[in-house]
Design a protein around this ligand. Sequence first.
Ligand SMILES: C[S@@+](CC[C@H](N)C(=O)[O-])C[C@H]1O[C@@H](n2cnc3c(N)ncnc32)[C@H](O)[C@@H]1O
Length: 392
Amino acid sequence: MATQLPDARRVAVEALTRIEVDGAYANLVLPGILARSGLPERDRAFVTQLVYGTTRARRACDWFVERFAHGELEPEVRAALRLGVFQLRFLGTPPHAAVSATVAVVPRRVRGLVNAVLRKVAEAEDRWPSEAVRLSYPDWVVDVLTADLGTDRAIAALESMNGAAPVSERSDGYVQDRASQMVVEAVGARRGERVLDLCAAPGGKATALAGAGAWVAAGEIRTGRAGLIAANVDRLDLSPLVSVVVADGCHPPFGAESFDRVLVDAPCSGLGSLRRRADARWRVDPEAPGRLASLQRKLLSGALPLVAPGGVIVYSVCTLTQAETVDVAAGFLDEHPDLEPLDIPGEPWVKWGSGALLLPQAEGTDGMALFAWRVPNATKKSESPAPARDQP
Ligand SMILES: C[S@@+](CC[C@H](N)C(=O)[O-])C[C@H]1O[C@@H](n2cnc3c(N)ncnc32)[C@H](O)[C@@H]1O
């Protein structure tokens, strides 16, 4: 075992270097590197913990590295130093073990440097220059969430998204975060109802809706991602109930009033599910919430005419920004004052405008915002009758 741990760290340094130099996605690059490593399962789990943890804590680790290592660092040396800091300051590895095991995996010519820097880091105080550095997020993410949620909620949300995402499996074996399962419950689809999931890939909610016995149309703009829905539908044996449709949800190709329920689980900045992908926080850009809010408004406007009189439209996003949640919902309601906001789930959700917000710290789920409205029974706009109920 003692000889395997340095190997695990060497594999972690290789992955971290690839992520840094090639801009590779952590979750895409790591499986291949692990497969080639020949490491036993237990060590692979350790490498995964090291790579994802160091990637999340990158900014905080760099703050320590830059205090004691001056000048240009080769990517591999920087990766090893970050890894060493992560073990020392976040993983609680005893200093002698963290330092010597990390030094052992770097080239001989830089061992002195890595050893000296990590020894200083082990003894250094952590007077963090900001919460964004301490929690290791881009400044703008901390600023937006603090402005939108208030400081206490924002910091607790950011702290909770520094942990790894727990795995929760549905009764049919599909792995789906509890927050998403709660969105499906809020849609409330019943056997035989016609339901549209406008933005459906990879099909988590669409398959759950079909699992409740509804006829489901699963829309998705990207062909490749639509294939993921089809694969999940096949695997769960739900083909008779789910039709996959490649389409732009802003201009959906369905007849007016053809669904009892429409779910708009819209693309979003993902600031509520940052723990799910270790490098997501470094990839999302500050313009994303504003840009996506206008797409979200278009998707809702595209979806509304498809809801039958008395039917329900549900809007959900796995983010926590006001722009993509309460602002989108309020704008939609302003344009359609005849919509009736529906009761939102109780605890652990909190009231959020006319809808509800699930903070990631509440129960360790993804963060999620949810709004639901009932379309009035008597609609003046429609002249065409709703199609037969046994045709999704
Ligand atoms: C939040 S994900 C949906 C997750 C899905 N409902 C589930 O539970 O598995 C949003 C999806 O919307 C798709 N999308 C983006 N723009 C779209 C558009 N204009 N029309 C339809 N789908 C779109 C994205 O490709 C992405 O797959």
